[in-house]
Ligand binder design. Sequence first.
Ligand SMILES: NC(=O)c1ccc[n+]([C@@H]2O[C@H](COP(=O)([O-])OP(=O)(O)OC[C@H]3O[C@@H](n4cnc5c(N)ncnc54)[C@H](OP(=O)(O)O)[C@@H]3O)[C@@H](O)[C@H]2O)c1
Length: 196
Amino acid sequence: MVRQQTGVIDAARAAGVTWVVKVSAWQPGPDSKLSVGAHWEIEQHLRASGLRWSSLRPTGYMQNFFTGDGGFTHSGALAGPYGMGRVAYIDAYDVAACAAALLTGPLGGGDAYALTGPEALTHEEIAAKLAIPFHDLTPKKASEDLRVQGLPGWFVDDLLRLYADMAAGSMAEVTTAVRDLTGCPPRTFDEFLANR
Ligand SMILES: NC(=O)c1ccc[n+]([C@@H]2O[C@H](COP(=O)([O-])OP(=O)(O)OC[C@H]3O[C@@H](n4cnc5c(N)ncnc54)[C@H](OP(=O)(O)O)[C@@H]3O)[C@@H](O)[C@H]2O)c1
C-alpha cells in the first residue's frame, strides 16, 4: 500500500498535478499499527512532495458491516472485542463528498480533516440496528478465533491493539468536519441503512 500510494503521488507530480486529496485514516501517527501506520507514512511522503495536499482522516466506514473478507459479521452475529466503546462510524459516501468538495472548491490545502459520522454508537446498538445478535468477545477469545482463521500472530496482536483502543473510546469523538467541508450533515447509521 505504501509503495502503491507513494508511487501515485510521484507520478502525479511528474504529470503536473498540483493538488492531491488523500484518503487516510483516523489519527495516524508514527507508532500506528497496520494500515493506519501505512497511511501515516504516505502522508509524510505527500507533505514532502511539494504538491498542495489535503488529508481526509475518517473513522471506520459503515460499509464495513457489509463488505470485506474480514467482515464485521460472522455467523449472522456481530462478534468482536468491542466492549461498550463508542465509534462514530462514517458513511464512505461522506468521505467521497468531502474529497469532491475540496477538489472542486477554492484552492486550499495543507490541512488534515478528522471525519466522523454524526453519532457515536456502541456495537451493541449497531447490532440492534442490523437486527442481528451481538457477542462481545474477550480479547483472548477474539485472538484465538483470528489465529484459527490462519492470520499471523503479529497481525493478530496489532489488530487486537486497534480493537482495544476502539473499546477504550479512541474513535468516539464526533467532529463537524463533514458539515464544514460539504455544507451538509453526515449521514446517520439509519440513513446509511435506508440508502443501501
Ligand atoms: N474501511 C474502513 O473502515 C476505513 C477507515 C479509514 C480509512 N480507510 C481507508 O480507506 C481506503 C479504502 O478502504 P476500504 O475499506 O474501502 O478498502 P477495500 O474494501 O479493500 O477497497 C479498496 C478498493 O481499492 C481498490 N484498489 C486496491 N488496489 C488498487 C489499485 N492498485 N488500483 C486501483 N484500485 C485499487 C480495490 O479494487 P478491487 O475491489 O478491484 O480490488 C477496492 O475497490 C483504504 O485506504 C483504507 O485504509 C478505511
